[in-house]
Design a protein around this ligand. Structure first.
Ligand code: SAM
Ligand code: SF4
Length: 337
């Protein structure tokens, strides 16, 4: 038997009996965009000494797979700005079929055109690309600096490289509600699926998030007025619920952390670029693996992983009222979305 294949004894189970099989690995807290709902304009990023090296990340990821993790998503910040991302992707991709079922990535698409062939060569089959609008001026406004044409070129390059693409669109009241139908048609034209996400209260930003929070049932109301949507049974182990859309090949996913909590079936943990395990996106509790890793090598982290799982909370604690503080001070870009 392969040394990295999980045995029953190695399965990761949390204190509430949920089996943990999915790791989100944040490979950098930096980003080449400044999306208004995610970051402040003048962010302070981590110093280099606080950040795990590519070798340290790979070693930890291998340990997690040996312990029973079966899917890894690389995220950030923007994962494709991390130097050495190709080395990391190749190294983790080598575990596919050797304990790891799937390696994926979430990106803003800015550097996707140059990296898509490498991602496919590393064994990725599907990726998520964040795209909140097709309108160039609105894209520039939301991201503060981005060019939507670059993201669209990246998406085409990913499709050309044979990758399945899912577009992530954050629902922003008063900003991109008019974009849902055009986005569905765009997804159909490039052969992508579409997932909508409610904006979550993570990290201080310049604006009051409640100004733009819109529950997804309201965001999709104009779509429902024109076309029927039907629930479909697609289990990904993630928080999305999926729907077929009348007259469209696009599968529509809805992620509703605020309006309909999904924590009961949570199967994931998150490892930040500082080497911290966050057991929940919406809670501050974490366990530091970096010190143990640097002092005692990768074998020294097992007990800490067990402690992290025992402490995984039952549910997040999000609420989004006017002028309320973020549920956690960390930005999504620090924990890894
Ligand atoms: N930079 C990459 C990207 O944008 O795809 C990966 C990291 S980003 C933090 C991952 C996902 O989180 C993106 O789809 C982004 O839209 C989403 N996101 C960021 N901040 C969010 C928030 N406060 N609420 C909901 N989604 C958020
Ligand atoms: Fe960067 Fe992604 Fe956050 Fe936008 S959502 S600022 S692309 S990390």
């Amino acid at each position: 038997m392969d040394a990295r294949a999980p045995s029953i004894a190695n399965k990761l189970t949390d204190g509430h009996g949920r089996q943990i099989s999915y790791l989100r690995l944040s490979v950098t807290d930096r980003c080449d965009l400044r999306c208004r709902y995610c970051m402040a304009e003048d962010m302070t990023f981590l110093p280099k000494s606080a950040v795990l090296s590519i070798e340290e990340m790979a070693a930890l990821a291998e340990r997690f797979v040996a312990r029973g993790i079966r899917r890894i998503r690389l995220t950030g910040g923007e994962p494709l700005v991390r130097r050495g991302i190709d080395t990391l992707a190749m190294r983790l991709g080598a575990m596919i079929g050797q304990g790891l079922d799937e390696l994926t990535l979430t990106t803003n698409g800015m550097r996707l055109a140059e990296h898509a062939p490498m991602l496919a060569a590393a064994g990725m089959r599907r990726i998520n690309v964040s795209l909140d609008t097709l309108d160039p001026a609105a894209f520039r406004h939301i991201t503060r600096v981005g060019d939507v044409a670059v993201a669209m070129k990246g998406i085409s390059a990913a499709r050309d490289a044979g990758l399945d693409v899912k577009i992530n669109m954050v629902a922003l009241g008063g900003t991109n509600e008019d974009q849902l139908l055009p986005m569905l048609d765009y997804c159909a034209s490039v052969g992508a699926d579409l997932t909508l996400i409610e904006t979550m209260p993570l990290g201080e930003i310049a604006e009051d998030r409640s100004d733009h929070y819109i529950p997804l049932h309201a965001f999709i109301a104009p779509l429902r007025a024109e076309r029927a949507i039907y629930p479909v049974d697609r289990r990904t182990g993630g928080p999305a619920r999926y729907f077929a859309v009348e007259d469209s090949p696009v599968t529509l996913g809805l992620i509703t952390p605020l309006s309909e909590n999904f924590c009961a079936t949570c199967n994931r943990i998150r490892l930040t670029v500082e080497g911290r395990i966050y057991m929940c996106l919406g809670q501050d509790d974490h366990i530091d693996l970096r010190t143990a890793l640097r002092d005692g090598g990768v074998g020294a982290v097992d007990g800490l992983i067990d402690r992290a799982l025992a402490g995984k909370p039952r549910a997040h604690d999000f609420h989004i009222e006017r002028e309320s503080k973020p549920a956690v001070a960390r930005h999504m870009s620090a924990t890894g979305g």
